[in-house]
Design a protein around this ligand. Structure first.
Ligand code: ADP
Length: 540
């Protein structure tokens, strides 16, 4: 599976072990021409020839002008081939030649004119040399920084795309001027996002991009780019356009993308718009292949769902007495009503109306038994999670009937505080029921040791800040507040036969629902578990 690997090698193909296409391009030399060592011989020869000519003219001709000033051209030519130290040496050499010419042509005569010309030339050469050396040092730093960024650009495990979105920017600006909103455009012109994708022009892409998408060259990738966005990517495209519409300078999303060789990748992509170029002329897009991570997460979710199922079935085993009672009660009522019905009908003068009532009661009881069995089947079945709206208070009343025997067996006194006007909850009803059963069974077990004071179990539900809250509070021994964070860890248990999975599964279930669970307790004053669940959006 393609993934970024560690190591400090500079070769991009080792940084990303996806399939590497053939014909990978060589890194271009930088715009400043600082990468290659292909140094032209022209500049040194030209500099040497120029210095010789200036020296000859300066020494042999009697002109009253500062010919030696022309040595600055030699120093400037040296910028092309010499490093900072050599530039200083060349400058010093030019100054020495200036002095030599002066001595050769004027001997020990120090007339003010020639001396002044010589001093002007020396100052000009000196200043130019110092400036050239400074510029050279600056170029060296710039070159080093360019090399570093080029290395990062090419060798990083992240695909980096330099793109031009200016046509998209123009289209958005035109729609805005026409007074349209992105939502209206989306409703009326569903093909807009895809057309905009075609207008996003790729300027350059690093090698990782080519490797990740199985492209042989930037040109191949550029040509294929619009086709690499499958239908599933359209949602992300619309949100990106909406972010650009709002003038955001950064956007991030996860999506599916295709590759040139027919693979499908889960990618995390970011779009960065430089704040100094809001017209979208130079947009940086990075793409990270998170396929392996997604697959691992899916496998983990699958394993968690399996585990949740196993513990659910185990809990059902613990609740056998309650369940048997729940099913037995309507069955016993059916028998009683059946016998009563028979008696009414067996009379010398059959009481048809009473017989009918008995039969109706039998049907009602049978329906009740069948409903209980259906609920149990849902709890023990391995069906995939179903997301739907459901009433939390009804779920609580129904669950309490399932665990009634457990409560009675532990002599727990139950008090319910339910709000019937709650907005519906949203999620998998069976999983939330599993959470509640877990909390009730834990509370009963915790209160099993309580003697000499009431064993109270309070269950309540309410709404706070748009979220539903359900609390299960017991009057058991509670727990040491220091251990509160450990309670939800897998395999944490203080029970001789405990598995330590119940609360950990409760937490995963709630997190998957966008909710959470927390526990609080005062030593010897009971424990309270609070569950928050998002309410069904449409109901709010
Ligand atoms: P298990 O019930 O198998 O131990 P759980 O994950 O359900 O696994 O619970 C973990 C631990 O949390 C329990 O062993 C117990 O120490 C503590 N705990 C859970 N519920 C309560 C409660 N109501 N009161 C006190 N401690 C509790």
């Amino acid at each position: 599976m393609p993934q970024a690997t560690g190591g400090d090698t500079a070769r991009p193909e080792l940084r990303y072990d996806g399939r590497r296409p053939s014909g990978m391009r060589e890194p271009d030399p930088g715009p400043l021409g600082l990468q290659g060592k292909r140094m032209s011989l022209f500049s040194p020869i030209a500099a040497l020839s120029l210095a010789t000519i200036i020296f000859a003219i300066d020494t042999l001709t009697p002109f009253d002008i500062a010919i030696a000033v022309l040595y600055v051209a030699v120093v400037l030519l040296a910028l092309n081939f010499a490093d900072r130290r050599r530039i200083l040496l060349i400058g010093a050499g030019c100054m020495a030649l200036t002095l030599l010419s002066f001595i050769l042509s004027h001997g020990a005569r120090f007339d003010s004119g020639p001396v002044a010309r010589c001093l002007v030339s020396l100052s000009a050469i000196g200043i130019t040399t110092l400036l050239a050396a400074k510029v050279k040092a600056g170029i060296a730093v710039l070159g080093e920084s360019e090399r570093r960024y080029r290395h990062i650009f090419l060798a990083t495990g992240v695909a980096i795309l330099e793109m031009d979105f200016s046509e998209v920017g123009t289209a958005i600006a035109a729609l805005k001027t026409a007074g349209r909103g992105i939502d209206a455009v989306r409703a009326e012109d569903p093909g807009f996002a895809r057309r905009m994708l075609g207008k996003m022009r790729l300027i350059n892409a690093n090698d990782t991009t080519l490797t990740m998408f199985g492209a042989g060259s930037v040109a191949d990738f550029r040509a294929a780019l619009p086709q690499l966005a499958p239908k599933e990517m359209e949602g992300a495209l619309w949100s990106m356009l909406s972010a650009l519409w709002d003038g955001s300078t950064a956007y991030e999303a996860e999506s599916l993308m295709g590759t040139l060789d027919g693979r499908r990748l889960n990618v995390l992509f970011t779009v960065a718009v430089p704040s100094e170029r809001p017209e979208l002329g130079q947009v940086l897009v990075t793409i990270m292949d998170v396929t392996a991570r997604r697959e691992a997460e899916d496998a983990l979710h699958h394993a968690q769902a399996e585990l949740a199922h196993v513990t659910r079935v185990a809990t059902l085993g613990e609740l056998t007495a309650s369940i048997a009672h729940e099913v037995n009660q309507p069955l016993a009522a059916i028998v009683t009503n059946g016998e009563a019905g028979l008696r009414w009908l067996n009379r010398p003068e059959p009481e048809l109306q009473e017989g009918r009532t008995s039969l109706q009661s039998m049907v009602d009881d049978a329906k009740r038994a069948s409903a209980v069995i259906k609920r149990l089947r849902a709890l023990s079945s391995k069906s995939t999670p179903q997301q739907a709206a459901f009433a939390l208070d009804e779920l609580i009343t129904e669950t309490v009937t399932l665990v009634r025997r457990e409560l009675d067996g532990h002599r727990a006194h139950l008090s319910l505080k339910l709000d019937e006007d709650l907005p519906p909850a949203f999620g998998d009803r069976v999983q939330i029921q599993q959470v509640l059963i877990n909390l009730i069974v834990n509370a009963c077990q915790a209160m099993g040791t309580v003697e000499g004071r009431p064993r109270d179990l309070g269950i309540s539900c309410s709404v706070a800040d748009g979220a539903l809250e359900m609390t299960v509070a017991d009057s058991g021994p509670g727990f040491d507040p220091d251990t509160a964070s450990s309670l939800f860890n897998a395999f944490y248990t203080t029970k001789a036969n405990g598995m330590g999975m119940g609360l950990s599964i409760c937490r995963s279930i709630l997190e998957a629902h966008g909710g959470r669970i927390r526990a609080s307790a005062a030593h010897n004053a009971g424990a309270t578990f609070t569950v928050s669940l998002p309410a069904h959006k449409e109901a709010l």
